[in-house]
Design a protein around this ligand. Structure first.
Ligand code: OVM
Length: 410
């Protein structure tokens, strides 16, 4: 057998028969912030070959859903970034929920699913509601707000660590850790290198927060340790599942909420619909934000065997960039996808993934988004843009850097 030459941390493959070559860099600043390549990607057919990284990419709805949800052929255990964990060491011990396959995945998924169940989340709703109302009230007197820090970061970093039961939270550390985890998914670029440099200071603090002693006895984290006490998982696995919550549960909801504020600020007629029925429309508005902005833009899968999708032969070891953000904008699937419409049917969007790895935190994420948008719509008559919104490049996340707003109270 020929030795496997590594290219960007994975097996170098040549473009399969019938796959067009698309000479773009999905990780350049323009593509990360403006999503410029989405249309060109979909125009190539089911897949394009990206020579710069030696990977396939897909951005059409049907094919992206097919690859993303087929966990037998397109595995997560070899990493959901460019690096193939079968061929090189991951940047940190692999996640025991995201970066594993069945049957092991089934065990950890069950524990985390129970800890984030609708029943558990229902009990958090009153606290989310009160915190959201208090936060929006506190901002009404301000001349201008920086919505990314004042709301998008402030709210999840208050309510989520509290729900998890983190005894000594630190909003800055949690937000920075999220950025690190998602930048790590990308290539060896500036964003990733800076993330790795910061990780040295942040990871020890995060891992400290994950221990039994650093968690309250009544939070979500304690439910993992209860599963350890019951012999379902080990003490170490319980800590690793807390690490997963802190990896995936902050930057994602921060981004979802920030993006929702941006959508509503830039679509006043949609904000008017939300105001007519804050209770009924807050959740649909959040869901349409997920479809329209896809906070997690793209994750990879790795072909575990030689196979075929949409008539295209795919060799074992192929990394496939599944561009969820593009699938959510595919006109072959969505009616006028470029229109932000909180009344549209959003079911089937891929912003939370699909298949056995579909976002396990979706109940709590939605509860956070709903609480903030409802509190906002009940109190704020108009949202005005007070300065140029800017996007913050990240290798996997499509998030705002700045969103200066003015709230006109009711
Ligand atoms: C994890 C995890 C889960 C989902 C997303 C994520 C890359 C991390 O289990 O650590 O971000």
């Amino acid at each position: 057998m020929e030795p496997t030459a590594l290219f960007h941390g994975h097996k170098q493959i040549s473009p399969p028969q019938g796959v067009p070559i698309l000479d773009v860099d999905p990780y350049d600043t323009d593509n990360l912030t403006q999503r410029t390549y989405f249309e060109a990607l979909r125009a190539q057919g089911p897949f394009a070959y990206i020579p710069r990284y030696g990977v396939l990419a897909c951005g059409g709805y049907a094919v992206t859903r097919e690859v993303f949800s087929d966990h037998e052929r397109f595995v997560s255990s070899r990493g959901v970034g460019l690096s193939d964990f079968g061929l090189e060491e991951p940047w940190r011990p692999a996640s025991i929920i995201l970066e594993v396959d069945p049957p092991y995945h089934t065990k950890t998924r069950r524990v985390i699913m129970r800890a984030l169940s609708p029943k558990v989340v229902r009990e958090l709703r009153d606290a989310f509601k009160a915190d959201a109302e208090r936060l929006i009230d506190s901002l009404l007197a301000k001349e201008e707000i920086e919505a990314v820090t004042d709301i998008a970061e402030a709210f999840p970093t208050k309510v989520f660590p509290q729900a998890v039961g983190i005894k000594e939270p630190d909003a800055r550390m949690l937000v920075e850790f999220g950025a690190i985890v998602f930048n790590a998914i990308g290539p060896d670029n500036d964003l990733r290198n800076r993330a790795m440099a910061r990780n040295k200071d942040i990871m020890p603090w995060i891992l400290d927060r994950c221990s039994r002693a650093q968690l309250t006895s009544d939070g979500i984290g304690a439910l993992f340790y209860a599963a350890a006490d019951a012999g379902e998982i080990s003490e170490h696995e319980a800590g690793m599942l807390v690490r997963s919550l802190l990896s995936a549960g902050v930057d994602t909801t921060v981004t979802g909420i920030g993006n929702a504020l941006w959508c509503l600020a830039t679509h006043p007629e949609q904000y008017a619909r939300l105001k007519e029925d804050p209770d009924g429309m807050a959740l649909p508005a959040f869901e349409e934000t997920l479809r329209f902005t896809s906070p997690v833009q793209a994750f990879f899968r790795t072909a575990a065997l030689k196979t075929e999708v949409a008539g295209i032969p795919i060799e074992e070891g192929t990394k496939i960039l599944c561009v969820l953000g593009s699938a959510n904008m595919d006109p072959d699937h969505w009616d006028r996808p470029e229109v932000f419409d909180i009344s549209r049917k959003t079911v089937g969007h891929l912003a939370l993934g699909a298949g056995i790895h579909v976002c396990v935190g979706q109940n709590i994420a939605r509860a956070e988004g709903q609480a903030i948008l409802r509190a906002l719509a009940e109190r704020v008559d108009r949202i005005e843009i007070a300065g140029e919104p800017t996007w913050r490049p990240n290798n996997a996340i499509h998030a705002l850097d700045r969103l200066p707003l003015r709230f006109v109270p009711k």
